[in-house]
Design a protein around this ligand. Structure first.
Ligand code: GAR
Length: 207
């Protein structure tokens, strides 16, 4: 059975576009896109791809979440993917979808939650950087990390070059992680499991 995804975005939507581009015969389908930002480019991407999409006013968390919940009641997604969604969800909202919300974040979590991750790894003179897909809880960029991808930092890297190099890997990581959940290779049954065994550390994308 095809896994139904609701994707939450706030802006550009390149991760959404990547998910849409790879969804044929992949075990998942993006059935609805929700944005807290009416101007988000990702809403255009949804529209161009014929995917239902909604702008939810998120001035206050309570009203934003209430509206999103009402939509989700009708959408009935199997998984919610936060793909560049820049709002923190409440414990109550997350509790309704326990282990059913994942987020992609541009750092090797638990390092560097929050904004400006590329500049912060450079400021700290790190030699590696990366992206993580994690289960969402009510804290910012927090929750069990399911998968990661890494890049090496070169001497002449800037925040812009890191971001450019990482985003392609983010796309591949998100697609692969969603596919693994859709196929049951990654599953949540008394804790997260990879091929039936407890997931003790994140699955790592090597390519
Ligand atoms: C991505 O780099 C994603 O990892 C990041 O926002 C960008 C959205 O790009 N998410 C976070 O920082 C979450 N804390 P996109 O709109 O082109 O997919």
């Amino acid at each position: 059975m095809t896994m139904r995804l609701a994707v939450f975005i706030s802006g550009r939507g390149s991760n959404l576009a990547a998910l849409l581009g790879a969804q044929k015969n992949s075990g998942y389908q993006v059935v609805h896109v929700i944005s807290n930002n009416a101007q988000a480019q990702g809403l255009e991407i949804a529209h161009e791809n014929g995917v239902n999409n909604s702008h939810v006013l998120w001035k206050e968390r309570d009203s934003g979440e209430k509206h999103a919940l009402a939509l989700l009641e009708t959408i009935q997604p199997d998984l919610i993917v936060l793909a560049g969604f820049m709002k923190v969800l409440s414990a109550e909202f997350v509790g309704r979808f326990e282990n059913k919300i994942i987020n992609i974040h541009p750092s090797l979590l638990p390092l560097y939650p929050g904004l400006n991750t590329h500049q912060r790894v450079l400021d700290d003179q790190q030699s590696t950087h990366g992206a993580s897909v994690h289960v969402v809880d009510d804290q910012l960029d927090h929750g069990q990390v399911l998968s990661q991808t890494r890049i090496n930092i070169e001497a002449n890297d800037t925040a812009a070059t890191l971001s450019e190099r990482l985003i392609e890997k983010e796309h591949r990581l998100l697609i692969k992680t969603v596919q693994m959940i859709a196929s049951g290779q990654l599953s949540c049954d008394n804790g997260w499991r990879f091929e039936g065994e407890p997931l003790l550390k994140p699955w790592v994308e090597d390519t």
